[in-house]
Design a protein around this ligand. Sequence first.
Ligand SMILES: O=C(CO)COP(=O)(O)O
Length: 254
Amino acid sequence: MRKPFIAGNWKMNLTLDMAQELTDKIAAENIDFNRVGVALIPSYTNLYPVYKILKSTGTEIRLGSQNVHFEKNGAYTGEVSVEMLKSVGCTFALLGHSERRNILGETDELINKKLHSCIDQGLDAIVCVGETLNEREAHIHKEQTVSQVGKALKGIEKKFLNNIIIAYEPVWAIGTGKTAGKEDAEEIHSAVRDFIKSKYGEEAASEIKIIYGGSVKPENIKELINMENIDGALVGGASLKFESFSKIIQNCTI
Ligand SMILES: O=C(CO)COP(=O)(O)O
């Protein structure tokens, strides 16, 4: 049985005060962590202040970054290393978000390098994959998404799979109010799990979490989470408001 996991990706939103206020409220929530895992993914500037609040309240909410550089350190102006992220309380990094792939030109090869760097240095990762509208209309969404998973995981050993979560985020559903129908999402989640099975075996496939992202709201989380292969959500817009994020956590029941 895979425990559901809800992560709030704040993207490039929230100043320091706003991030602290939102974290205070979420950390004060009475969340049953035996039932659901929860994580916050603030901008780099808000990581440490958010971490301090999470730590002082003793909550089990995890902290992740929205990106990381693949090199350990050096002359990479504007970049942040795995070691730096760990030193401010991050336990995972988000890799390959479609906004980074499509706006900032990140390639599958780069994402694979970042994943290796995280795994080598003891940082977990959420690897984002998903097709564009054109790819869906051309009926290659399944192949495209599975191919992204394969390229991201290239050279990753089976023993590290429990440090990795896959997030399926169809690009056309992000920030648009359009959610993939639960059956559409399930089709892809099931294809990704089949791929993991073919590459790493039955046990790895049954244990890996595959979460969904794209206009997740308090109203649709329940039907998504009740699909066999959907293990949680990566929430964008609705994670910026305490009311909607806490309702998503509450409604995340199987
Ligand atoms: O990209 C997303 C999370 O990473 C999804 O964003 P929205 O929930 O705003 O559609």
